[in-house]
Design a protein around this ligand. Structure first.
Ligand SMILES: [Zn+2]
Ligand SMILES: [Zn+2]
Length: 358
């Protein structure tokens, strides 16, 4: 679907009411009477993606992308859920609503809202880089033309510039190969939803067996059911021999760091895969052998490119480095502000960031 050019559409006379506002429950569309990723229970919730801080339990009715339904159900169980195909319009109280890929995790969506000639887009979390790379485990981020763009800013600092992911994966495979040759298990910590699957889609499974933590495998099944090719893997408890274990790559959530669960591997090298690893010192403070810079969020050039592609004159910045991005946007002559949301570091990288800020 080509980008929608909202500026070609007629605009009514006079000032427009904001299409999306901040309420104590979350981002709210008054004209359509629905919330986007609300953090308190509401009747109608449009969910951008299944990370825990965006997809919370307790809402009356849920709407998400068809691509994201499997993950949402895996996370929330049986809920009242309506789904939309990419770009499929839905009309609520005369407001036209549609979902478009954000490229962050399987099914992650931007929410496009249109009313009386005004178009607003709420990004949720998205993956966009200055070099135009895409996340191979989900539909690619789609630039949308709009009047107002609500953007995340998780990595909204100039220091965050992602290397090509093929180079990062080659580094990971090298590290794994060297450990396997030395008879040492490779323990790679990564968030179980999204990052683990990025890794499983990119590692070289000819080096050895891939083992995963119990938190990871149910999500892998959802990805595989959606047609995403992942390396074959076993649950860590299914490792059949010391030899298999010593050549294995183990993918587990950051919470296993320093735990008895991790010590079962005996001699191992550990690493984190996270955008936070870009910061000098983050790896050392985290106390792991290696840090691989791999993120499911836009880097600084990616944020700029995505914002520019919207053509929006007004930008509202959410969770991350709001002040830095707002200042940069104002320097570009754009109208910029921020919403204080309750979204977190939902790539599970919070442990890394909080310890790196100590
Ligand atoms: Zn987020
Ligand atoms: Zn997320």
């Amino acid at each position: 679907m080509p980008p929608v050019d909202a500026r070609d559409e007629p605009v009514a006379d006079g000032a427009h009411a904001d299409l999306i506002v901040l309420r104590p429950q979350g981002l709210y569309c008054p004209a359509g009477d629905f919330y986007i990723d609300p953090w308190r229970p509401v009747d109608r919730a449009v969910i951008t993606h299944a990370h825990a801080d965006h997809a919370r339990p307790g809402h009356g009715h849920y709407l998400c992308s068809a691509e994201g339904a499997g993950l949402l159900r895996a996370r929330l169980g049986e809920v009242s859920l309506q789904t939309l195909s990419w770009g499929e319009p839905l009309h609520w109280q005369g407001v036209r609503l549609s979902l478009h890929p954000a490229g962050h995790v399987l099914g992650s969506a931007q929410v496009r809202v249109e009313d009386r000639g005004q178009v607003w887009v709420a990004s949720g979390d998205y993956f966009s880089t200055g070099s135009g790379e895409r996340n191979p485990t989900c539909s690619a981020f789609e630039p949308l033309r709009c009047h107002c763009f609500i953007t995340e800013s998780t990595f909204g600092l100039p220091v965050y510039r992602w290397r090509p992911q093929a180079e990062v994966l080659a580094d990971i495979n090298d590290w794994w190969q060297r450990n396997a040759t030395a008879g040492r298990t490779s323990l790679l910590m990564a968030y179980s939803l999204g990052k683990a699957q990025r890794l499983l889609a990119g590692v070289d499974a000819s080096i050895g067996q891939v083992l995963v933590h119990g938190a990871v495998e149910p999500l892998n099944e959802v990805y595989r059911a959606a047609g995403v090719a992942l390396a074959p893997c076993l649950h860590a408890a299914q490792a059949t021999s010391r030899d298999m274990m010593s050549r294995a790559l183990v993918i587990a959530p950051p919470a296993v760091h320093g735990s008895a669960w991790a010590r079962r591997f005996g001699d191992f090298s550990d690493a984190f895969a996270s955008g936070w690893m870009q910061l000098r010192g983050a790896r050392r403070r985290q106390g792991v052998d290696r840090g691989f810079v791999l993120s499911d969020h836009a880097d600084w050039p990616g944020l700029q490119a995505a914002i520019r592609a919207t053509g929006a004159e007004r930008i509202i910045v959410t969770h991350g480095y709001e002040a830095v991005l707002v200042r940069w946007l104002r320097e570009q002559g754009l109208q910029a502000g921020s919403f204080r949301t309750e979204f977190g570091d939902d790539d599970g990288d919070a442990a890394v960031q909080s310890s790196s800020s100590m």
